[in-house]
Design a protein around this ligand. Structure first.
Ligand code: SAM
Length: 292
């Protein structure tokens, strides 16, 4: 985003919104409302920039990659963790497709942020207290992405700094409902660069997180080492990406954890962006725990 500022939909004359359609966004501050619909909540995730990544997600985003899991593993007694699950919409998709499972953990480094209201404006903060998003009446702006924007919205940020903050869940309303209904489903804050504490899940899915868009190959390899150490011998890693290449369908790879790395079980027709990094990974057999 060259200038991280956008116009809010339905707040401008129609001809302006039509002319600048690319720059017109739905109001993401709806995530603070108890009556927000699952669709509007999901849509708002595209505006949440945290930890150098975006929480962007959509429903039914990984049909072919999820099929790799369903076609190759009997999941009835398995615990599955979805790491970097955003609002959990794609976890919910997978849960609905599974024949059976013993446990499902919806996991992300950012499951909750906070917000402060200043008049008609809402400022959102990441867990470190950094202002990540400002939603006004006509504009939204991302102070976290630009010094210029920070200067422009400084008066609002100053007022917000003295205002009480409310926690804001980043879990989709449909996921909150699933959590209330199914005791096998849980959430966990987890950083993909660290080792999952015991008990280890049997399968870890990582979709659209370990991307070259966000991380260098060295960082991705570090995360893969942590994932290797987070799985038991014979456990599985499912890697997914939704490429921006025109016409490219969702890509996925299912890999089995071996003592010294990962072996390929199955891939979609197109190898996922980091497929080569996964199969090339070499882990010292006594590595045990990956360094942060
Ligand atoms: C682009 S979204 C992908 C969401 C979902 N998996 C999908 O494919 O639709 C990336 C997610 O990774 C999360 N994330 C960023 N850094 C992370 C980290 N170090 N560990 C775990 N999750 C992280 C973000 O909060 C965000 O929800």
């Amino acid at each position: 985003m060259l200038l991280p500022v956008r116009l809010l939909r339905d707040r401008w004359p129609g001809w302006i919104e039509r002319r600048l359609a690319r720059f017109v966004w739905s109001d993401p501050s709806v995530i603070t409302r108890p009556d927000v619909s699952p669709e509007r909540f999901r849509e708002a995730m595209s505006a949440i920039h945290v930890g150098g990544t975006i929480k962007i997600t959509t429903a039914d985003r990984h049909p072919e990659p999820d099929a790799l899991l369903l076609d190759n593993l009997d999941t009835a007694n398995l615990v599955i963790a979805d790491v970097g699950a955003s609002d959990g919409s794609t976890s919910l998709d997978l849960v609905r497709k599974l024949d059976g499972f013993a446990g499902f953990v919806i996991s992300d480094l950012f499951l909750e942020i906070s917000s402060a209201r200043v008049g008609r404006r809402t400022v959102f903060y990441d867990p470190a207290g950094q202002a990540i998003l400002m939603c006004g009446h006509r504009f939204i702006a991302w102070p976290v992405l630009s010094r210029l924007v920070r200067i422009l919205v400084a008066p609002v940020l100053l007022r917000a700094a003295t205002t009480a903050r409310e926690p804001v869940t980043l879990l989709n309303p449909d996921v909150v409902e699933l959590l209330a209904q199914d005791p096998r489903v849980a959430t966990r804050e987890h950083d993909v660069f660290t080792v999952w504490p015991d008990p280890k899940p049997d399968v870890i899915k990582v979709a659209n997180l370990l991307r070259r868009l966000y991380f260098t190959d060295e960082q991705i390899a570090r995360a893969l080492r942590a994932l290797h150490a987070s799985l038991p011998e014979g456990g599985h890693l499912l890697v997914v990406d939704n490429s921006r290449e025109p016409g490219m369908p969702p890509r996925g790879g299912l890999y089995r954890r071996e003592p010294s790395g990962f072996s390929l079980v199955a891939e979609t027709t197109n190898t996922p962006e980091i497929g080569g990094l996964v199969t090339a990974l070499e882990v010292a057999e006594d590595a045990g725990h990956a360094p942060r």
